[in-house]
Design a protein around this ligand. Structure first.
Ligand code: F0G
Length: 470
């Protein structure tokens, strides 16, 4: 194992007017001076040069060492941990980068690749950050770890806390977490606390809880989460033989993931591992799109470089993509920096667009949960708007596994999916999501003839290939 010098890594406030620095072992989530978000600043002087780093990471792909085999710890030169860190791992990362020809055609692209973070051990991208956050919890000697969650962070934390034998408390909005995610948290032994309120209320409560030093908060406000998640940028680029895609597109909820991609690309560029970065685009659901609204406001006022304008939270966020039903995203400043630096955009898509894009991703044999499908829906819009050219290289990041929300899928395919926004007094028909690409089960007689007759009447492939998406 190559020794890594991390002696000078520290935590730094991201606010330009503050920039206060703190040691790695100080248990902080925001800057005690100004309340700004913190990020890890790694010392890179002792690192091998870019070519040596690429070779090292490549060689670890053939290693049988557990640390090398983790798709996060393989890139440990980028992480603020020493060689003796008590790593808590479930062999996270190593997720596939798929070609998705049908989704590409749907978007108006020649080709599209899908980085499927839903293939992580607990079925979502959260595992790549949870391995580092729970490792840090161990280093700090924490006894209890907590998070607020729309379901995936909870499932991931419950699993990693079980591995580390830590007490784990999870605060979730009651009735707004999919059964699959809840089932995971219960099975992994997490203490699940359901509150009346939404994710933003849960987040507020656990920030209060974390004032107690015995409790360690591992939402993505915790900079050690972002460190693990940023390694996905390296894994993605390595899978493409360090050919940098033109665009990388991620869903936006609490905005930790977009922040992590921004940091990952920035650091790889600064290390000279790549000679440019992709444009980073964030896509939110229309009913929970405070960053998209801020981005649009800034464009209208031509204040694109003015970072002073602030995010206006959405009080009652609404979307069936419950993973990203968030009105006051914590990491918006970090996310916006990544988008701005790379010339990306923040947009939003409708419930109908999300549902259709999700079904299309399924038709490539891949599938994902609703929040992840914002990416393909968003890319289709960006191509239509001329932001992405049909011949460019585009990667969409799928964040959660298809089985994370089976109820949604069954309803879509049975043409029985409705949005919840009753407050707007919309009729049931107006709230209906059309099953544009629905594939309902057929009820047939239990005879050979009936089944053969039904098969004869169906040709899904031709149906799909003949379809015009204009
Ligand atoms: N996709 C999925 C499947 C998610 O679970 C989340 C966030 C996101 C996208 C958005 O990522 O918050 O980093 O912008 N889920 C969190 C949770 C909030 O509690 O599981 P983000």
């Amino acid at each position: 194992m190559t020794p890594v010098s991390i002696d000078l890594a520290l935590q730094r406030c991201i606010e330009p007017d503050c920039g206060a620095r703190f040691g790695l072992n100080e248990q902080l989530y925001v800057c005690p001076h100004c309340g700004g978000l913190l990020e890890i600043e790694n010392e890179t002087n002792a690192l091998p040069d870019a070519e040596a780093l690429r070779r090292l990471w490549q060689s670890r792909l053939a290693s049988s060492d557990e640390t090398d085999r983790s798709g996060v710890w393989r890139y440990r030169e980028l992480l603020p941990f020493s060689n003796s860190a008590p790593i808590v791992s479930l062999a996270e990362g190593n997720t596939p980068l798929y070609d998705a020809p049908r989704a590409a055609r749907y978007c108006g692209l020649n080709a599209l690749q899908l980085k499927h973070q839903g293939c992580n051990p607990t079925g979502s991208f959260k595992d790549t950050g949870m391995t580092t956050a729970v490792t840090q919890a161990r280093i700090l000697g924490a006894r209890t770890v907590v998070c607020a969650s729309t379901g995936n962070t909870a499932a991931s934390l419950a699993a990693y806390a079980a591995r580390a034998r830590l007490k784990c408390a999870i605060v979730v909005p009651r009735g707004q977490v999919s059964h699959a995610k809840l089932a995971q948290s219960l099975d992994y032994g997490g203490i699940v606390l359901e509150i009346d309120g939404n994710f933003d209320d849960a987040m507020r409560i656990i920030r209060e809880l974390a004032e107690d030093e015995s409790i360690y908060l591992v939402n993505s406000i915790n900079p050690f989460r972002i460190e693990g998640q940023k390694t996905v940028a390296a894994e993605l680029l390595q899978q493409g033989a360090w050919e940098v895609p033109d665009h990388v597109v991620v869903p936006g909820g609490n905005l930790g993931n977009s922040a992590a991609f921004g940091k990952g690309f920035r650091e790889l560029f600064e290390l000279g591992v790549v000679d440019r970065v992709p444009r980073l685009h964030v896509i939110q659901a229309e009913g929970a799109a405070p960053l998209a609204e801020l981005f649009a406001r800034r464009e209208q006022n031509s204040t694109a470089d003015d970072l002073s304008e602030t995010l206006i939270p959405v009080k009652h966020p609404q979307t069936l993509a419950t993973a990203i039903k968030i009105g006051a995203p914590v990491s918006w400043k970090k996310a916006l920096r990544g988008v701005t630096e790379t010339g990306g955009r923040v947009s939003s898509v409708s419930e109908q667009e999300i549902a259709d894009a999700k079904a299309i991703i399924g038709r490539d044999g891949i599938g994902c949960e609703p929040a992840s499908a914002t990416t393909v829906a968003g890319i289709r819009r960006l191509v239509n708007d001329g932001v992405i050219d049909g011949g460019e290289n585009v990667v969409a990041v799928l964040t959660g596994h298809l089985l994370k929300d089976a109820d949604y899928i069954i309803k879509y395919h049975q043409d029985n999916l409705y949005t919840h926004d009753r407050a707007a007094n919309r009729s049931k028909e107006e709230r209906r999501i059309v099953g544009t690409f629905s594939n309902a089960p057929a009820r047939v007689k239990a005879t050979r003839t009936a089944i053969l007759q039904h098969l004869e009447s169906q040709d899904q492939n031709r149906d799909f290939e003949d379809r015009s998406f204009d």
